[in-house]
Write a protein that binds this ligand. Sequence first.
Ligand code: PMP
Length: 282
Amino acid sequence: MPRFAYVNGRYVHHPHATVHIEDRGYQFADGVYEVVPVHGGKMIDEDPHLDRLEHSLRELRIGLPTSRTALKMILRELLRRNGVVNGLLYIQITRGVAPRDHKFPQGAKPALVVTTKRTKPTATALVENGVRVITIPDIRWKRCDIKSVSLLPNVLGKQRAVEAGAFEAWQVDEKGLVTEGTSTNAWIVTKDGVLVTRNANEAILNGITRQAVIRLTNEAGVTFEERPFSVAEAKEAREAFLTSSSGHVLPITRIDDTVVGDGKPGPVTRRLRAAYLDYIAA
Ligand code: PMP
């Protein structure tokens, strides 16, 4: 367990870190969060993560409780205090504490909590064999671009995946098009060799890993298209993979009961994974 958490202006011992029962994050899921990966003691893509945090806050009209500069200092101080070399920083901001009432409270101060988690490298078996995803209906709201703490559909979806012996669940919209995983973005290399990931709009979270991998597609020497793809197209694809801050680029070798390509992680996935690992190491 990490030693310290940052809670509203103080570094407190993690076992004693608490928020008020009338925090609107607890009452209404009225808050947002952000997860910044840490590699070799350094944050990866800190500014893009903070940009996305500010986007989420702006869309919900919650103020940033500290300046960006102060927040950056808090993140560094917590990493230092907890001795995190490889792991994740969680930043959570809610609309604050106020007597329960749906409408925005007058004068509540946004609440800020920062925690850390150490992580181990992704298990070699997952990287070498690839993982399985199942497909489930996307039952989320229409603003998935906001990284809201309201994660119930994602929680239920991930649990369905686990109970099905899969790694992740791909959520599918009413047109049969894949939106994204419960905590990952979805990619395929079509049967014609085109790399495809869904365009980022209000239907998905615009993953920071997704954006980094898009910048690396040139190096992979493949044609790239940002557009939705169907479950049927994915099941006929040569390759599939997922991206996220914690899993980086992870091959998918089975979608429901369909084997993807030859059942092994494909060359484009492997090249992009290597390119992404080089990028974070640099
Ligand atoms: N989609 C969802 C729903 C997520 O929760 C995450 C994880 N934050 C992602 C995609 C991947 O985003 P990132 O690459 O920024 O971790």
